[in-house]
Design a protein around this ligand. Structure first.
Ligand code: KG4
Ligand code: ZN
Length: 344
């Protein structure tokens, strides 16, 4: 049973996990930096790197002790080498190299996006039917893949501007709601009742699988400025009651999810895929899960999601993805570098 220690420091979470056999999570420790970045309304790279340095050693120690194992029990060290913030990635890579070198273990470089793709399968009894369609919907990416087998990912569509999670964060900032925006908008949208403020779903009619969310963010800003005469986010609480605020959140969220849903279902049907797997922070959203589950069932498909704790960034998905690389003998050399714009 290969036991893999995974590390992810790609953005603002410092995470280490121990995964057995590519699927069984023995531990998954995530040190969040949300409080350190909240006052800036987004991730500050310099702060993220310094926090990773502070956190990485205790996070690794805790992952080992939670899993009741020692470094001597491990089969490999896996680490995210991109995409992400270069300084943040280098913290994880440096520590992973030291562990691999000192214990004479294979070092497995993992693409963070591959981690999100495999995250719904990190549970017992979740079956994988190839080809399947994967939607990675996070703060940095909105990518649609056809997965032909593990390791063979065809990128069929992506956002041409902002990622869906980024749009949640920017709209939340404009509404003075705090960071990260996704969970706050989800909770307010849940209070809106049936009707909401209607916003357009960008590119929904385009005959391709790409997305665009920056125009939708602008539509929300224009609604605030021109319909409600709100010139800056400081005026939101005075000029907008809780009822209208929740209707705006619900309308924005619905516009994002409509286009994600339609294009993902269309791709699944055009490629004969019966399985849709979602991953990434936005896939933690309950309304998104409900919409995908219901629509997939109506179309005779199955939509699967990671548990919410594995939707957002974590190292269990990195250790899980490393398993098939290890099986195929794909270890990295110790001069492994960070690749901030790594694609999949
Ligand atoms: O996957 P992730 O942790 O980091 C990246 O790889 O980007 O995703 C973070 C993103 C943030 O933009 C956050 O606002 C969004 O995921 N997010 C959500 C929810 N939880 C996190 N978006 C919508 N609904 C949520 N419940
Ligand atoms: Zn991520």
């Amino acid at each position: 049973m290969p036991l893999i220690l995974g590390i992810d420091t790609s953005c603002d979470d410092t995470s280490c996990a121990i995964v057995s056999n590519g699927r069984d999570i023995l531990s998954n420790v995530v040190a969040s930096q949300i409080e350190d970045h909240a006052e800036y309304g987004g991730v500050v790279p310099e702060i993220a790197c310094r926090k990773h340095l502070e956190n990485i050693i205790w996070v690794i120690r805790k992952a080992l002790s939670d899993a009741h194992c020692t470094l001597g029990d491990l089969s490999a060290i896996a680490v995210t080498h991109g995409p992400g913030l270069v300084g943040a990635l280098l913290v994880g890579i440096g520590v992973a190299k030291a562990l691999a070198y000192s214990r004479n273990l294979p070092l497995i470089a993992v693409n963070h996006l591959e981690g999100h793709i495999i995250s719904p399968f990190l549970a017992p009894n979740v079956e994988c039917h190839f080809p399947f369609v994967s939607l990675v919907v996070s703060g940095g990416h909105t990518n649609l893949y056809v997965v032909k087998r593990l390791g063979e990912y065809e990128l069929v569509g992506r956002t041409v501007d902002d990622a869906a999670g980024e749009a949640f964060d920017k709209v939340a900032k404009a509404l003075s709601l705090g960071y990260p925006g996704g969970p706050i908008i989800e909770s307010l949208a849940g209070k809106s009742g049936a009707d909401c403020v209607a916003f357009p779903s960008p590119m929904i009619k385009h005959d391709n699988y790409n997305f665009s969310f920056s125009g939708l963010k602008t539509a929300v800003l224009n609604y605030l400025r021109f319909d409600l005469q709100i010139a800056s986010s400081d005026e939101v609480s005075d000029k907008m009651g809780p009822d209208l605020l929740s209707k705006v959140c619900a309308g924005f969220q619905r516009a994002v999810f409509n286009v994600l849903l339609q294009k993902t279902l269309r791709l699944a049907s055009s490629r004969g895929a019966s399985l849709i797997a979602l991953g990434g922070g936005v896939s933690a959203n309950g309304a998104l899960r409900k919409a995908f589950s219901e629509a997939a069932e109506q179309a005779g498909l199955l939509a699967i999601f990671p548990p919410p704790s594995l939707s957002t960034d974590n190292a269990a998905m990195i250790a899980g993805a490393a398993f098939h690389h290890l099986e195929e003998g794909q270890a990295s050399a110790l001069d492994l570098d960070a690749t901030p714009n790594l694609t999949l």
